[in-house]
Design a protein around this ligand. Sequence first.
Ligand code: SDX
Length: 432
Amino acid sequence: MSKDTVTITDNSSGKTIELPIRRGTVGPPVVDITTLYKEMGLFTFDPGFLSTASCRSSITYIDGDNGVLMYRGYPIEQLAEKSTFLEVAHLLLWGELPTKDQLDKFTSLIRRHTLINESLKSFYNGFYHDAHPMAVMVGVFGSLSAFYHDSLDIHDAGHRELAALRMIAKMPTIAAASYKHTVGEPFVYPKNTLSYVGNLLNMMFAVPAEEYAVDPIAERAMDLIFILHADHEQNASTSTVRLSGSSSANPFACVSSGITALWGPAHGGANEAVLTMLEEIGDVKNIGKYIDKAKDKNDPFRLMGFGHRIYKKYDPRAKIIRQMCHEVLAKIGDKNDPLFELALRLEEVALNDEYFQSRSLYPNVDFYSGIIYRAIGIPTNMFTVMFAIARTVGWVAQWMEMIADPDQRIARPRQIYDGAAPRNYIPIEQRK
Ligand code: SDX
């Protein structure tokens, strides 16, 4: 019996199988069960995929027990301190930190694709002003799949690269227009003399009537937050993009499915839900009541921004954002922002409560990001849109990796059936 296999014996049939263990660069090895059904007539059952690796990837690595996050082998702490969002985008897409020439070329390529087709602007008029910007994003970004007929062969590497550049470049333009539509202000065109984040802030907050100057502190804070949100292994939205992409669907439509999955409050929608929760708690004296609600099995309330499927220690991104909160609020926000004070106190109370300790529930990336967005002037209903802009890089990098994988095939999970046993049709006159 090899040490690199797992033996499964089905005691009901007496059949045994040795399954290979596969090992990556770091992290838990996997049991390759691809032949299990064929050889043993057995499926595995893992709703929510707590113990299931859905693919092989070389992009991002997470060690939840030790609070480790790496993009292409580089620790997130080093990238947060030393890199920029577009440099990280290049790293995630192509696997290496760019040289200066490569970064300049990549930046100019992104800049060349920031405009959206003028006809897209009319799509926004189909939405009422009170539409949630994420609903607008799903619709308008998905409609990009109706364009670019010159580059839709996803098995052509050049077409994939062009689609990738277009998606990363146009997401901020579509996002800013989604915001402008809800506030009834005119759309602002991209300005390619600005940085990626500076361009986003200008498209969101500039108005024709006056000059708008991008605040460098806000620009750096957003660039850093985007680095932290760029990719995160096989999370729900990335897995959604991979699943829809596995049928060779249009890449713009696949990323639109990622936006949809991210919107949920259990996932990327949590940053907006955290602010709503903090505003509902309102005062430090109410923290105990909400901690009790979060612990009450009969109460659907959860402490938003707390807990993570993988991190059973502090989310390394939350640590970085928490520190950045202090710096940003000291410079541009209200350094005594009552919601930040409330968040710090809520964190302290929860981290010292047995319920959260015993379930390894720590603040995640969404717990503090909204505080910074609010200090910058980003409206709460745009928080998840900011997350979507940053995560587009991860979605696109993972989609490209999947399509280029020679072993890639359509994802088609199975099930355990517990419905009606076989039965015959009953004519309507005989039904009771
Ligand atoms: C993101 O996957 C990713 O990588 C996601 C993400 C990324 O970058 O892509 O990191 C971004 O989505 C971060 C997570 C943002 N979501 C929230 O903050 C929403 C609040 N948190 C949760 O709902 C929850 O913690 C999840 C969804 C994040 C994780 O859910 P799991 O892993 O399925 O855990 P679970 O629901 O099975 O909870 C385990 C236990 C349960 O109690 P018991 O049944 O064991 O008694 O912990 C409890 C849960 O009730 N629990 C919470 C809680 N989160 C879990 N109780 C109170 N408040 C919470 N926030």
